[in-house]
Ligand binder design. Structure first.
Ligand code: F6P
Length: 318
């Protein structure tokens, strides 16, 4: 078969590991493998490139995506999606794997609905994709945040400051909660829950009264912006509050071992599904094994962040 792969939306560490696994697993099973540069835009305006075992050498340990990516808003138009489907026919491609987050998987479903044999591979540092407990990139991003906060802690402690750290997650607080629990944050602000600022200020004042020399508030970007939170919390507590926006540093760097392993498992599964005639699905992680789920469950579904972890982080930081 002629199998193709593309990466779409925000990049996530581990996308390259997934491309490598898709290519090498496909070649091992006797298929020809093609890469579509620049995501959905490449399906409409670009052309595929043949991928060999050598094309994916030395990418396992790199962040970003060798296929590059784009946020291609024109793909919301059905006429544009039809042109993408025509490209696949013209290029004689028998199946397509799409690596990306919620927006990309919605595009995958739309292609599937017009007859394109598609498998989605979940990749997003937000870990907010329904139908899978894990999306590639989350573990690396969480570790990037933890490494940054561990450094900030030294200076925070030296000056006895509060630090407000803004992390990614525009619609989902999972990344903020997990990294907050891992860093011993005093408070975690997420879009899914109303924040009681008075209670946080009271807790921080008590923390300093007990002799603690620093405190951290983690804010998911969808729940507020670090400069305003720092100003407000500084006034409420009477303590100096500084802020840091970690931004795209969270998404870069070498993927963690976990992300490389999940990427290998998901991409290999994607080859198995496409070559056995199964499509309109995502591969993903459920109950500690790789499992497929219908793309429609992903697009119409929703995820809940681990709110109990958020409560626990706040208890443990007292
Ligand atoms: O969806 C993944 C994500 O990293 C979000 O957490 C973030 O809001 C967004 O992408 C940023 O996208 P961009 O790199 O296009 O600014």
């Amino acid at each position: 078969m002629n199998l193709a792969i593309l990466t779409s939306g925000g990049d996530a560490p581990g996308m390259n590991a997934a491309i490598r696994a898709f290519v090498r697993r496909g070649l091992a099973d006797g298929h020809k493998i093609w890469g579509i540069p620049r995501g959905f835009e490449g399906l409409v305006h670009g052309k595929p490139m043949r991928l060999t075992a050598a094309s994916v050498a030395n990418i396992l340990m790199t962040g970003g995506t060798i296929l590059r990516t784009s946020r291609f808003t024109a793909f919301h138009q059905s006429m544009v999606r039809s042109r993408a489907a025509e490209s696949l026919t013209r290029w004689h491609l028998d199946g397509l794997a799409i690596i990306g987050g919620n927006g990309s998987l919605a595009g995958a479903r739309a292609l599937s609905q017009i007859g394109v044999p598609v498998i989605g591979i979940p990749a997003s540092i937000d870990n907010d994709i329904a139908g899978t407990d894990y999306s590639i990139g989350f573990d690396t991003a969480m570790n990037n945040i933890v490494a940054s906060i561990d450094k900030i802690r030294d200076t925070a402690s030296a000056h006895e400051r509060i630090f407000v750290v803004q992390v990614m997650g525009n619609r989902c607080g999972t990344l903020a909660i997990a990294s907050g629990l891992a860093c011993g944050a005093e408070a975690i602000i997420i879009p899914e829950r109303v924040t009681n600022w008075d209670a946080i200020a009271r807790r921080l004042r008590a923390t300093y009264a007990r002799g603690k020399r620093h405190s951290f508030i983690i804010v998911a970007e969808g729940a507020g912006d670090a400069p305003s939170v720092a100003l407000d919390i500084g006034q409420r507590t009477g303590h100096e509050a500084k802020w840091v926006v970690l931004g795209h540093t969270q998404r870069g760097g070498p993927p963690s071992a976990l992300d490389r392993i999940r990427a290998a498992l998901f991409a290999s599964h994607a080859v198995e599904l496409l070559t056995s005639g199964q499509h309109g699905l995502i591969t993903g992680w459920k109950n500690s094994v790789v499992q497929a789920a219908p793309l429609s469950d992903v697009v119409d579904g929703f995820t809940r962040p681990p709110l109990l972890w958020q409560d626990l982080a706040e208890i443990l930081a007292r």
